[in-house]
Design a protein around this ligand. Structure first.
Ligand SMILES: Cc1ncc(COP(=O)(O)O)c(C=O)c1O
Length: 471
């Protein structure tokens, strides 16, 4: 008996079990400890039972997975998860991912999934417009996440600067290309440099100022020095919402420098880009509209399930130039139609309908729903900041966005801060982390969940106070 497609009765039972498990998780996750006790042997011991010789009952297999997901993951959807930009997924996003798995649209060729491809391009234009691009003169693609979007940006920048790059690689540049990022930028740019053939040494790490923003004087010096020494500055990356500290680089000044020196200006707004949806935060992103390209992750502050990266550009041809390759086997049914095959326009080839979770979430919440959620999270960040200050903790970063980096006033050494965080994690009351910003060890807490309220913020502060007393 082939077990790939179950009998109808069994299928319905499985769907019901899965829905029940997800609903139960939604209802009860807040009562559970946030982080698991880490025990690889316990997990491996359970997996040993699966040698895949004897089929397992479908319901039993699902129960096994549900039980182990409950027990062996950091519960990023927990309202006391103050973590790394991982959200509590929207209901419509979860529903969308189930629909995508069931209908399995193939987004390589437009003609195989015209609806899915058009939904994604509709979203590309809608988000481009939020960032100040002309929706009629922009382009973009959905990606696996911010890392792929940043990689796409580097390939676009190299292609725009040198049309021979695609065929002849980095060797076709007359001088070695260089890229500029701040010391607080996300490390995916380094990976992109590595896999594009530039090598990580081509990435110039520009120091930050006191406020952890790229130091533009140091940037100018670095570009001039490279030019004098025979390098070819190609790309400048600004970050709108750094990973460790939620800080926004001086985007308008960086845009002017990039323009004056003929560099591709990319803004990595993977998390902080959501500020564009809130009128009183919008001006924080001034300068984005001048960027040649933008990274924005819907699986961060737009709270869709992982993963949904978006790459946007105001150059309409660059993606095709960077990614189109000839072949004979892909479908030709859409020839003559004014459409683009996604595979010829992005890094991935076969891929799932990433945009549906964004489309359904946005269709149901509307811009207004997101505005409210983002405003609420920003207010909770402010509450956390002031509650910590009132208890004598020292806030280190300067951002209106809800990432709070702090130290224990008078005891700022890394081992002390690590012990505090370790104690909070061990008790399972909240999830926070440590980071190093501007060379200083800090504790980091981010309001990454729209359901995090005053109660969870006050509980986190109490937990930190207890840990500080205990260590
Ligand atoms: C600023 C920034 N850019 C890029 C990334 C990479 O995104 P992803 O993990 O979706 O690939 C992150 C991840 O946190 C980030 O914070």
């Amino acid at each position: 008996m082939i077990m790939l497609r179950l009998e109808k009765k069994e299928r319905i039972r499985i769907w019901e079990n899965v829905v029940q498990a997800i609903e139960d998780y939604n209802e009860r996750v807040a009562e559970h400890r946030v982080a698991p006790q880490l025990d690889p042997d316990a997990i491996r011991g359970r997996l040993c039972r699966f040698d895949f010789q004897e089929p397992v009952e479908p319901a039993q297999a699902v129960d096994f997975v549900v039980e182990n997901l409950w027990n062996h993951q950091v519960h990023t959807p927990h309202p006391s998860y103050f973590g790394l930009f991982n959200p509590n997924p929207t209901t419509m996003g979860v529903a969308a991912d189930a629909l995508v798995a069931g209908f399995n649209p193939q987004l390589a060729a437009w003609s195989h999934s015209p609806f899915a491809a058009e939904v994604e391009m509709h979203l590309v234009r809608s988000f481009a417009s939020c960032f100040g691009y002309d929706p009629a003169a922009c382009d973009g693609t959905f990606c696996s996440g911010g890392a792929e979007a940043n990689h796409t940006a580097l390939l676009a920048a190299l292609t725009a600067r040198n049309p021979d790059f695609g065929e002849h690689g980095t060797g076709s540049f007359l001088a070695p290309p260089t890229v500029y990022v701040s010391s607080e930028a996300h490390h995916s740019i380094l990976k992109a440099a590595r896999v594009s053939g530039l090598g990580t040494r081509a990435v110039r790490i520009v120091p930050v100022d006191r406020r952890l923003r790229m130091n533009v004087a140091a940037l100018q010096d670095a570009i001039e020095k490279d030019r004098r020494e025979g390098y070819l500055p190609v790309m400048l990356v600004g970050t709108a919402g750094t990973t460790s500290a939620g800080v926004i680089d001086p985007l308008p000044e960086m845009a002017s420098i990039a323009q004056a020196r003929n560099l591709w200006f990319h803004v990595d707004a993977a998390w902080g880009g959501a500020a564009a949806l809130v009128p009183e935060l919008r001006s924080l992103l001034d300068g984005c509209e001048q960027a040649d390209s933008i990274t924005f992750d819907a699986h961060k502050w737009l709270s869709v399930p992982m993963s949904a990266g978006i790459f946007l550009t105001r150059h309409q041809d660059v993606l095709l130039q960077a990614f189109r390759v000839g072949n004979t086997y892909m479908p030709k049914d859409a020839r003559g139609l004014p459409v683009i095959d996604p595979y010829s326009h992005s890094l991935q080839w076969s891929r799932r309908f990433i945009g549906l979770k964004v489309f359904l979430s946005l269709a149901v919440a509307g811009w207004a729903g997101y505005e409210e959620a983002i405003r609420h999270q920003t207010a909770m960040g402010e509450l956390l900041r002031s509650a910590l200050r009132n208890r004598g903790w020292q806030i280190i970063n300067d951002t209106p966005l809800p990432v709070v980096c702090f130290t224990d006033r008078g005891r700022e050494d890394a081992p002390h801060l690590e012990r505090i965080v370790g104690e909070v994690l061990h008790r399972g009351e909240a999830w926070i982390s440590t980071a190093t910003i501007g060379g200083k060890p800090v504790i980091r807490a981010c309001i990454t969940n729209y359901a995090t309220g005053e109660r969870e913020v006050q509980a986190l502060v109490a937990s930190l106070e207890k840990a500080r007393g205990n260590v």
